[in-house]
Design a protein around this ligand. Structure first.
Ligand code: HCB
Length: 215
């Protein structure tokens, strides 16, 4: 029988081969064999996606390849999502997280994974989408979200995570809401610098830190 590591490797290879169908098949195999879908996403698909990103940076592949790899990864995540949702914690979902990819940024794969994992952990999740105007996060906080989470994948858009902090202060509600930042260029240092409450490196850490900050 195939091990989790072998399945993760297959998932990584299929994303790197831009093979949407093969990625979906690996996801189905994961469900059939009752292996861990979270591990497949984080240690398989995501590793492959990041590797394609590195190749893009070195000029070894081009934008259509990145698009094809991201579509392949999304196909796999789509197959796994209903399975993940079966293990959803039953809370009365009073704890609301509003999450979105920050203004000017359309990268949504990581944000979607974080949103799914938070839902599974029992949070009420409001998905604000991608390329989200700062004001929409502020409005979500005014409407009662306890945490506003932003994702930024580019050095040019991460600065807007700082603008979000400023606008929450200007609206007079910064002390009523917690903020979480993430995305590849974000770091704990960045979160400290801009005054965000949480930095999460991945979806699992986002869940742990969101739970911790609200208890
Ligand atoms: Co895109 N892109 N891209 N891209 N892209 C990056 C981000 C570069 C780093 C690639 C590079 O040059 N090396 C680069 C940014 C450089 C910079 O910083 N300045 C880049 C660029 C430049 C661009 C375009 C400008 C390219 C162009 O058009 N010339 C353009 C952006 C247009 C725009 O946004 N306005 C663009 C477009 C694309 C797509 C459409 C082809 C595709 C996105 C598809 C989609 O999301 N629907 C894409 C992709 C896929 C990437 C890479 C290859 C992978 C990103 C990804 O999905 N990773 C990326 C390279 C890289 O990041 N290594 C490259 C996998 C996910 C699972 O990881 O880090 O997003 P994640 O999420 C993690 C983690 O960060 C955390 O949890 C997640 C799950 O574990 N997390 C959070 C994420 N968000 C969180 C929020 C929280 O509050 C907490 C935790």
């Amino acid at each position: 029988m195939i091990t989790q590591d072998e399945l993760n490797q297959k998932g990584k290879d299929a994303v790197m081969d831009f093979e949407e169908e093969a990625v979906a098949e690996v996801a189905e195999e994961c469900i059939k064999l009752k292996l861990d879908p979270v591990s497949l996403i984080q240690n398989g698909f995501t590793v492959g996606m990041n590797e394609v990103g590195n190749q893009f940076e070195k000029g070894l592949v081009f934008l259509p390849h990145v698009i094809a790899a991201s579509e392949a990864m999304s196909a796999g995540v789509k197959v796994l999502t209903p399975e993940l949702e079966k293990s959803k914690t039953k809370l009365d979902a009073k704890e609301t997280v509003a999450i979105g990819t920050i203004e000017g940024d359309i990268h949504s794969i990581g944000k979607d994974i974080v949103a799914t994992m938070l839902k599974i952990a029992g949070f009420n999740v409001i998905d604000l989408g991608r390329d989200v105007p700062i004001n929409n996060y502020v409005q979500a906080a005014k409407d009662g979200a306890q945490i506003v989470a932003s994702s930024a994948l580019m050095t040019t858009t991460m600065v807007l995570q700082m603008k979000l902090e400023e606008q929450l202060k200007e609206a007079g509600i910064r002390d009523k809401v917690k903020t979480m930042v993430g995305g590849a260029p974000a770091t704990q240092d960045w979160a400290d610098k801009i005054g965000a409450d949480i930095y999460a490196e991945d979806a699992a850490e986002a869940v742990v830190k969101c739970k911790a900050i609200l208890t």
